[in-house]
Design a protein around this ligand. Structure first.
Ligand code: ZN
Length: 147
């Protein structure tokens, strides 16, 4: 289990150091600003849609290592996915972060985020990007807050 925790930590540090898909999308179809006042994390999610597919996903923002890594891992995972599969993934990640479910193989690298379950104040850091994603795909809300 400690090997697994080291692996998780490595993934988080890597994605914080070199965030994937960092930047804005000009002419994005969806733009959502998310804040986590508890920690001070801020992120803006940009989505470009092509029919029922997420053609591109990028983000900008500042925050702690977990919030940045979560945004990076999320955008990496959802690019090219369908909206339906992405909403299912949102639910699966939410359940994993709250401890309702254990990370399974389908989570792949996202399983690294499960490490926050031991630190309740960090769950919001990890879930910020995902709540922005859900808003972007469902109600089109332009601002969300974890509080
Ligand atoms: Zn944070």
């Amino acid at each position: 289990m400690s090997d697994l925790k080291d692996l998780y930590r490595e993934v988080i540090l890597d994605h914080n150091r070199s965030p994937r898909n960092f930047g804005r999308i000009e002419n994005a179809d969806r733009v959502v600003n998310g804040v986590n006042p508890l920690c001070g994390d801020k992120m803006t999610l940009y989505l470009k849609l092509a029919g029922d597919q997420i053609a591109d996903a990028r983000f900008e923002g500042t925050g702690c290592a977990i919030s940045v890594a979560s945004s990076s891992l999320m955008t990496e995972r959802i690019r090219g996915a369908t909206v339906g599969d992405t909403l299912k993934l949102f639910t699966a990640v939410r359940d994993m972060l709250t401890g309702a479910t254990e990370p399974d193989e389908g989570m792949q690298k996202l399983a690294a985020l499960a490490g926050v379950r031991d630190y309740p104040s960090r769950v919001k850091c990890a879930s910020l990007a995902w709540h922005a994603l859900k808003s972007a795909l469902t109600d089109g809300t332009v601002s969300i807050s974890t509080e």
